[in-house]
Design a protein around this ligand. Structure first.
Ligand code: ADP
Ligand code: MG
Length: 256
């Protein structure tokens, strides 16, 4: 990861793809996610869209998984499901051993806040809030004291190389820096799992590589990562690739 610059100078040049440091393979830990024969139908007036047609998948701690597939194949639908942002039409979902369909709205909100870190293609930062305020937000919901929040958010921003950008608002940051703020926000609660839906989709390829280098470091530190991408270059960073097509898993392959 690049070190933070101390002035308003341009960002350090991101490493080329070939120079990205690949972390050593880690043996997966206990089961985190288990979905079984999950379907998702959307009703659009008269029409029914079958976004997922029966998907089963198990993800263990310390896995680094890429979800690939053409546009419309169900990648985002699957991620929203895994992240408890949406519920399956049918099928089972166990998160850390608990049946998600048995959970109340409060329990689901709690899981989303504490156990899952989201990173989106469009960053989804609060535009009028500083980096620090954006990263503190999940801790507000989690009920930490203001001093503890600040300390944790600052440390997480330093971890992603933004120690010098704490007071900047999103429009005062580059795309890569914005995505790093979003990653810090995803990480600040020490979630069980990081879900990233096309995190490099709005970035140029060099900046995208910088974000992938950061994910590589997070993997090395023992995080569990699921990243959606349609770029083979990006997917090559993962240790396992799941390919979706028309709402079904086409292949699920480990690569060390
Ligand atoms: P991907 O992320 O792989 O591009 P999505 O999961 O977004 O695919 O979409 C899968 C299918 O479900 C597509 O045909 C899409 O049009 C449809 N879809 C996704 N979200 C909705 C929604 N909220 N309402 C209706 N149809 C949807
Ligand atoms: Mg999508």
């Amino acid at each position: 990861m690049s070190s933070p610059s101390t002035s308003a100078s341009p960002e350090p040049v991101a490493p080329a793809h070939a120079s990205i440091k690949r972390a050593a393979y880690r043996e997966p830990g206990p089961l985190v996610i288990e979905i079984e024969n999950v379907t998702k139908l959307y009703k659009m007036g008269e029409e029914i869209v079958h976004a997922l047609l029966g998907v089963s998948i198990k993800v263990h701690r310390n896995e680094y998984l890429a979800v690939m597939g053409p546009s419309g194949s169900g990648k985002s639908t699957l991620m929203n499901m895994l992240g408890c942002l949406d519920t399956p039409t049918s099928g089972k979902y166990h998160f850390t051993g608990k049946d998600v369909s048995d959970m109340s709205d409060d329990e689901l909100a709690d899981i989303r806040n504490r156990e899952i870190g989201f990173v989106f293609q469009t960053f989804n930062l609060l535009p009028r809030s500083s980096s620090l305020q954006n990263v503190e937000l999940p801790l507000v919901y989690a009920g930490y004291s203001p001093a503890h929040r600040r300390e944790k958010a600052m440390q997480t921003l330093r971890d992603v190389g933004l120690g010098e950008r704490m007071g900047h608002k999103p429009n005062e940051l580059s795309g890569g820096q914005r995505q790093r703020v979003a990653i810090a926000r995803a990480l600040v609660n020490n979630p069980s799992i990081i879900l990233a839906d096309e995190p490099t989709g709005n970035l140029d390829s060099k900046t995208g590589e910088e974000i992938m280098q950061l994910l590589e470091v997070l993997y090395e530190q023992g995080n569990t990562i699921i990243v959606v991408t349609h770029e083979e270059d990006i997917a090559r960073h993962a240790r396992r690739i799941v390919r979706l097509r028309d709402g079904l898993i086409e292949s699920d392959v480990k690569q060390h």
